[in-house]
Design a protein around this ligand. Structure first.
Ligand code: 13P
Length: 340
């Protein structure tokens, strides 16, 4: 029964036309986002901003789940309804980020290991009581000529699998997020190679640690050239290489792959997802779990003042990404936003 429930939740999160909003920025990250629009990062401002996103009328057509941060899952909407209740009432599944961030990996210059396993069983129990049905844990890998090391890939894979097993024991769907960062001037071939190695390690550890893949979602990077690469691969190449990589390494038992945006522009993130879905059908649903690519225009339009403008921008981005779920997005659709 528990296994069926996990699978049902995982499938609901990647239901047709819908995807996930990552609104789980830690205190440091949300401060950076607020700094960019000149808004002070107070607890009330963070609450008000998340309230704007979660109360956007109609967004539930396109958004299946929201990843919350520890502070946010304990906060409430302006009318006093706890955020997790508010989301559930709209048919949106509440989730929670449970890792404690990427810290320097011992004896491995320039590499990180994600922490947060100690006490995780107890924290998951509390989050479940607070209304969460799924969780997220992010590991990061930098690309250079020599990195990431096998040491970094296997230690992070081991931690991701330990987290995933604990989630399933607690009745939460684990979103497993190994993020190969786009920083650097590497080629798309190098990104393909590193992403392949990382996925191989992750799925080896998930299997060894008995994680039920039917009740798990993968949140990976796309296979892209580095930000500073002299020549960057175009949309079609990114789509083809990403699919080629995932077909080799992601078992068909996984119900969905929900991509992170990782600093791509919001329109690029949508175009890439669209191009991949156009190449379908695939063994898994291909969806989104975007943070920046869903929120950047909303943050800017809101700027600490204009709730309606923020909601319009968020709604539009969610709708564009929903279209990309079925390969029906076209850049001309972006103009709609300016005319409504
Ligand atoms: P981005 O889409 O901004 O990369 O954020 C997604 C996320 O949840 C990173 O952990």
């Amino acid at each position: 029964m528990a296994a069926q429930e996990l699978e049902a939740t995982a499938r609901a999160l990647v239901a047709e036309g819908r995807g996930i909003l990552a609104a789980d920025e830690s205190d440091g990250t949300i401060k950076k986002r607020f700094d960019s629009i000149g808004v002070e990062s107070t607890e009330e401002n963070r609450r008000a901003y998340r309230d704007l996103l979660f109360t956007t009328e109609g967004a539930e057509e396109y958004i299946s789940g929201v990843i919350l941060f520890d502070e946010t899952i304990r906060q409430s909407s302006a009318d006093g309804t706890p955020f997790s209740k508010l989301l559930e009432r709209k048919g949106i599944i509440p989730g929670i980020k449970v890792d404690k961030g990427a810290k320097p990996l011992a004896l491995a210059e320039g590499e990180t290991i994600t922490e947060g396993l100690d006490g995780l069983r107890e924290r998951l129990k509390e989050y479940r009581e607070l209304g969460a049905h799924f969780a997220k844990w992010r590991a990061t890998y930098s690309i250079s000529d020599t990195l990431p090391s096998e040491y970094c890939m296997w230690t992070n894979a081991h931690a991701l699998a330990r987290y995933a097993a604990l989630c399933q024991e607690a009745g939460l769907v684990p979103i497993v997020e190994p993020e190969v960062l786009m920083d650097g001037d590497h080629t798309i071939e190098r990104s393909f190679h590193v992403t392949s190695r990382v996925l191989f390690a992750v799925f080896t550890e998930l299997a060894d640690q008995k994680v039920q893949l039917e009740g798990t979602l993968l949140k990976p990077n796309m296979v892209l050239s580095g930000y500073d690469a002299p020549e960057r691969a175009g949309v079609d190449e990114v789509a083809e290489e990403t699919i080629r990589c995932f077909k080799r390494h992601v078992p068909a038992a996984v119900p969905g792959i929900v991509f992170l945006s990782g600093g791509q522009s919001d329109e690029d993130a949508t175009a890439h997802l669209n191009a991949m879905n156009k190449l379908g059908p695939h063994p898994w649903q291909l969806s989104f779990s975007y943070g920046r690519a869903l929120q950047a225009p909303a943050l800017k339009a809101w700027a600490g003042k204009d709730v309606e403008a923020g909601q319009r921008a968020f709604y539009h981005r969610a709708k564009m990404n929903s279209a990309a779920r079925s390969g029906l997005y076209a850049p001309e659709m972006e103009r709609e936003a300016a005319t409504v």
